[in-house]
Write a protein that binds this ligand. Structure first.
Ligand SMILES: [Zn+2]
Length: 114
């Protein structure tokens, strides 16, 4: 068994589990409900972890995760407030803290569908 992915956001980990499982890869989730339940441990220590059950599936699962991560944003975005170019992994402008329009739109889009 190998650790595939871990994130403090349980929903993101669960989302990746769905993606990998739908590809026919057996995975298991650890620490899924650990948040706040592990006395004394800081939250960082109990992030939900996604494990691949069969080591042979690890590389394929990793590729699925990476392509899913990469699909989100691959190009730098330009801050509409100060005009600075930002790395796609930044959720807000590193210079002025302004959030890009695309992220705002995405959040709004989600709400409309709930
Ligand atoms: Zn800016």
């Amino acid at each position: 068994m190998r650790l595939l992915y871990s994130n403090e956001n349980r929903l993101i980990v669960a989302n990746f589990r769905n993606i990998v499982e739908s590809a026919g890869i057996e995975v298991t989730l650890k620490n899924e409900f650990a948040a706040g339940g592990m006395g004394g441990l800081p939250p960082l220590e109990v992030w939900p972890e996604l494990w691949v059950v069969n080591d042979a599936d690890y590389e394929r699962a990793k590729t699925l995760i990476e392509s899913s991560l990469g699909a989100k944003s691959t190009v730098p975005w330009r801050c509409t407030n100060c005009g600075e170019d930002n790395d796609p992994s930044f959720e807000a402008c590193w210079k002025c803290g302004h959030e890009p329009e695309s992220l705002c739109n995405r959040a709004r889009h989600k709400k409309n569908h709930r």
